[in-house]
Design a protein around this ligand. Sequence first.
Ligand code: ADP
Ligand code: MG
Length: 571
Amino acid sequence: MMQTQIELRNLLRSIDHKGYPAYKSLAGAWKFDRYTLVIDHVQGDPFAAPSKVSIHIDGAKAGFPADMIQYKYTRTALADALVRRFGREAEQYSHKAKGSGKSGLLSVSRPGQEVLERSACEIAADTGNLVFRLEVGFPANGRTINAGELEKILFQFLPKCIEQSLFYRNADKKHLAAVKELAQDQQYIRTQLKERALAAFVADGSILPRESGVSDRPMKNAVRFHTPASMETAMELPNAGLIKGMGIPQGVTLIVGGGYHGKSTLLKALERGVYNHIAGDGREYVITDDTAVKIRAEDGRSIKHTDISMFINGLPNGKDTKAFMTEDASGSTSQAANVIEAMEAGARLFLIDEDTSATNFMIRDELMARVVHHDMEPITPFIDRVEELYQTYGISTILVAGSCGSYFYKADHVIQMYQYEPSEITAMAKQEAERFAGYAKDKPGLNQSEPPVFDRRFASDKKAAQNDRIKVKGMGRDAVSIDRDTIELRYVEQLVDSEQTMALGYMVKYARQRLFDGKKDLKAVAGLLQKMVEEKGIGAVCEGRYLPCGLAVPRQQEIFACLNRCRALRI
Ligand code: ADP
Ligand code: MG
């Protein structure tokens, strides 16, 4: 029999004024009237990371309608809305209970503008059973238990938060209906992208620029997006009805325009369009092929046996570029590896900004080609592969190019940004390009490329496998360290949340300890990780008795990106 809330209260009162470790006796499941409170982990002292608490509610009692739970995209949107709601409630009570250190803290995941699947709130597809996770600072004076303050939290504050946010009968039903409908509309656009062979869609009226470099909220008084007539695409959304916007076809698309006219801002919005955004964000209907990967230069990254021979051959030091290795890549080799690894990760769209690219990777102009003969140049620039990538591998490219006209020859569509407004100038650009003919189209000596080899098998790490004390330490969005091996993710630009980074850390740890065996290749390992998360939730990769912290599910592409940057992996 599970113990009751009355027993919890009695136990709590009995440990008042004792030393802090006596709090450990509270660990376990406690039955409240309409939910079960589980104290998953008790912190060691009031200054340590706060205690982990979860709330478990029967689907029938929580009462959320089946049509919100049935499909993954609405279920994720609902869970996201509950996290935001609970977070607002909990904020009122955080630190209302007093004491030293983290006493009284109520901490809930804080989602940004994107809707992500999180360990903070998981809803079972079949039963609607709901688990909500948060952190609570168990109160103390010095290191002496203050049971009265914890009693306030567990018997007054939390029950109020739970009642207000986790039961449908008390919910803002209109708001939740709107959340569901937006998710359905976004999903509809995603399926339409495939049906209409589009790489991305940007609705008229969208707000693309953000408030500032440090705020992801929409810019106030921004110029709203307006589609050029020739690229107008209409969609009849199931809920919002008819909308119009710019459909960017698959193939090679160039975004050009003068400096400061909004090119990078458009590309950034497309990068984020792999995720759904919340209402009011301005990018609700900016939807990109969700396999899209931003490709950029990344000097200094480590590369592990990646076949970059499609772009780089015959290096002066005789290094093998079919299984290229370095602990400190150059601009061009890093960008080449980023392309190949994204291919392996299943990308069907590359997003590239000239601003963050290695010039010698992107182009080679006529004059340079005449002076430095191609035999002496190891790099086959991206421009010579961009058509092949689409025609042979079905991978589209959307490229921002403010200064390099050579890509006009290769582009299927050219969009010009002028004062934040796009126009389509494909015909004009092509005409000018024909007249100019500065770029030799059939360059002699262009390497015929062979398909890249994706066959990387990393060795099992016996020492790691037996070590159950390996620590995963998050360093914000930008990096995570596993066993003191730091994985730099700053330039993996489509990671949007530190909880995703943390989840990646646990995934790499799990892969190192349990999956890599010298036989399974990288793709198989990444696939297994994703499958585990799909079937059992993100907690599956943590192995512990409780989820160590807030985790958000990353995309398959970022799982690959993280494994590829793990310096500790050995062949
Ligand atoms: P580019 O890449 O063409 O040089 P950016 O995309 O970096 O230009 O945009 C330049 C500036 O204009 C940025 O500060 C950005 O926030 C702002 N901006 C971009 N789009 C809009 C818009 N639609 N309305 C208002 N300001 C915008
Ligand atoms: Mg720019």
